[in-house]
Design a protein around this ligand. Structure first.
Ligand code: ZN
Length: 118
């Protein structure tokens, strides 16, 4: 069995502001109705960091995490596909995908991944 929860952002039906993760009320207009949208494709890398002490379930030695911004001002945290942070720079374009990021309790856990395009 696989645990898949799609990556979804929430767009306010009143003012159009994007929210991710979900908020009860719009941060701009306090609206309560949202439309689910799925950010896809390319995003811009805003920040990144390498983590060296990983919980069990990860088979790599370290992990690079980044925050990238999609169209519509949606920012999301994901795992960056790179061997080293030396290959990365702020502002570079990354391709997003939804993939297994680790194996936990016999199941694949899915998450957002970013692949540098430069
Ligand atoms: Zn709003």
């Amino acid at each position: 069995m696989k645990t898949v929860s799609a990556f979804i952002a929430y767009q306010c039906k009143r003012c159009g502001r994007m929210h991710y993760p979900f908020h009860d009320r719009c941060m701009d207009c306090k609206g309560r109705e949202f439309e689910e949208v799925k950010p896809q494709g390319n995003a811009k890398l805003l920040t990144y960091t390498a983590i060296f002490s990983l919980p069990c379930g990860f088979d790599q030695r370290f992990l690079i995490l980044g925050v990238a911004e999609f169209e519509g001002n949606v920012k999301a945290l994901g795992q960056v596909k790179a061997d080293s942070v030396d290959q990365l720079k702020v502002g570079m374009i990354v391709k997003s995908s939804w993939e297994p990021i680790r194996f936990q309790s016999g199941e694949d856990v899915y998450g957002l991944k970013f692949e540098p395009l430069e």
